[in-house]
Design a binder for this molecule. Structure first.
Ligand SMILES: Cc1cc2nc3c(=O)[nH]c(=O)nc-3n(C[C@H](O)[C@H](O)[C@H](O)COP(=O)(O)OP(=O)(O)OC[C@H]3O[C@@H](n4cnc5c(N)ncnc54)[C@H](O)[C@@H]3O)c2cc1C
Length: 378
């Protein structure tokens, strides 16, 4: 399988879209432009200056639109090439009751669509979209009314998903909320993942404690007879986490090096495939070596390429070469497709820009592939 076949990778894009993607990548690979853009955005948001005209090019590259209807439209060319989509209503850190209701409503809409359409294989939500995150800190007792209400909101989503037989991914965010979320999701997995996996929690493998936790919950699942769904990612908040650990005077929760994160990610994938009857794997990465690692493991263990327990996933606008070449070779692939009011998805867009500006060679490779695809169109 050639994971760098650019004809397959970008077949769904028009020439104009390819040019626009190249423009975006040229900008976001320049760290000083990203820093400048971030400062400008913060000022514009503070002064309530409309940001849409300045951010539209980024929004179009990495997001599906402002509403679920936009998503369905934008997905059409993607779906033609066997890549599925996961609409992700991307509001973060919402702390008001009315925002929780909006998120629940959006997730339910996705569940309804997914129940009828195999091209939308999962629903997803951010756990901080359902509570004021300050209540997730460990010092707060587990029976605090806000936490009870939080679990009720999650339950509403899981009950609905179960009634429609739709799997749900729960994203992971900051370290200091995650222990509480882990506890809650483990309890839910024990209930909803009895026969099939309904709930996928997220493991950020840049955390040095994740392999031990993986083994701990796998042994528990085998002992107690439930299943686990895990979305594996490396983790998107590296610098913030390191800084917070220094400021807060607690040990850095993140691996000391990128190499250690890479090793933990691949070891977790190996462990999961070895325990595939207990763990379903959602491999969320743009790292080609990790993708090849999982492909090889599947072959080694005699698993079908489209084994329903294993999914590959990349973010919309990134690493199409992996998504579309994997799908072309019959693997299960889904693109995360964020949507929401442009102002609300700004933190997501800023993260993508910062991530790409610090990724150096990987983002450079994206530019090379886009240029090659444009040449092929001539
Ligand atoms: C489908 C999908 C869903 C995602 N969902 C989430 C989510 O719920 N939560 C979340 O946090 N992120 C999420 N992400 C983002 C993800 O965590 C990564 O930030 C992003 O994918 C880059 O990592 P990578 O595996 O693609 O590749 P790479 O480019 O190989 O890895 C980059 C990553 O390596 C780690 N790293 C880099 N330098 C160091 C260092 N010096 N020491 C230790 N580690 C280092 C960091 O995690 C960095 O993001 C998701 C990504 C995808 C594709």
């Amino acid at each position: 399988m050639d994971l760098k076949n650019t004809e397959i990778a970008y077949a769904y894009k028009t020439k104009k879209e390819l040019k626009s993607a190249l423009f975006v990548y040229r900008i976001i690979t320049k760290p000083f432009l990203v820093k400048l853009g971030k400062i400008f955005l913060n000022i514009a948001l503070f002064l309530r200056i409309p940001i849409k005209p300045f951010t539209n090019f980024m929004f179009k590259q990495f997001c599906g639109g402002e509403s679920i209807e936009n998503i369905l439209e934008i997905s059409k060319p993607v779906l033609k090439y066997k890549v599925k989509v996961i609409p992700d209503y991307s509001i973060e850190g919402a702390s008001k009751d009315e925002n929780f209701k909006i998120l629940i409503r959006e997730v339910k809409k996705v569940i309804d669509i997914s129940a009828k359409d195999k091209n939308i294989p999962f629903a997803v939500f951010k756990p901080t979209g359902l509570i004021n995150p300050s209540y997730l800190k460990q010092e707060i007792p587990a029976d605090h009314p806000e936490l009870i209400a939080y679990k009720e909101r999650m339950k509403e989503i899981f009950d609905y998903a179960q009634s429609k037989n739709v799997k749900v991914l729960v994203d992971a965010e900051d370290y200091w909320y995650q222990d509480r979320i882990d506890e809650i999701l483990l309890d839910f997995m024990k209930i909803y993942n009895r026969n099939n996996v309904l709930i996928f929690t997220t493991f950020q493998m840049y955390r040095h404690d994740r392999l031990d936790y993986l083994k701990f919950i796998t042994e528990m699942a085998i002992r107690e007879g439930f299943k686990i769904g895990i979305k594996y990612v490396r983790g998107a908040y590296l610098e913030k986490e390191r800084k917070r650990a220094v400021d807060g005077g607690y040990p850095d929760p993140i691996n000391p090096t990128k190499e250690k994160t890479d090793k933990d990610f691949d070891d977790a994938i190996t462990y999961s495939v070895e325990n595939i009857n207990t763990i379903e794997v959602f491999c969320g990465t743009h790292n080609e070596e990790s993708v090849v690692h999982l492909v090889n493991l599947m072959e080694k263990h005699g698993l079908e390429k489209n084994d329903s327990r294993i999914w590959f996933s990349q973010l919309y606008g990134m690493r199409d070469n992996l998504s579309f070449n994997l799908a072309d070779n019959s693997y299960n692939v889904a693109k995360y497709l964020p949507y929401g009011p442009i102002k609300e998805v700004m933190p997501y867009l800023v993260r993508r820009a910062e991530e790409n500006s610090s990724m150096g060679s990987q983002a450079g490779e994206e530019i090379t592939m886009l240029k090659q695809a444009l040449k092929q169109r001539k």
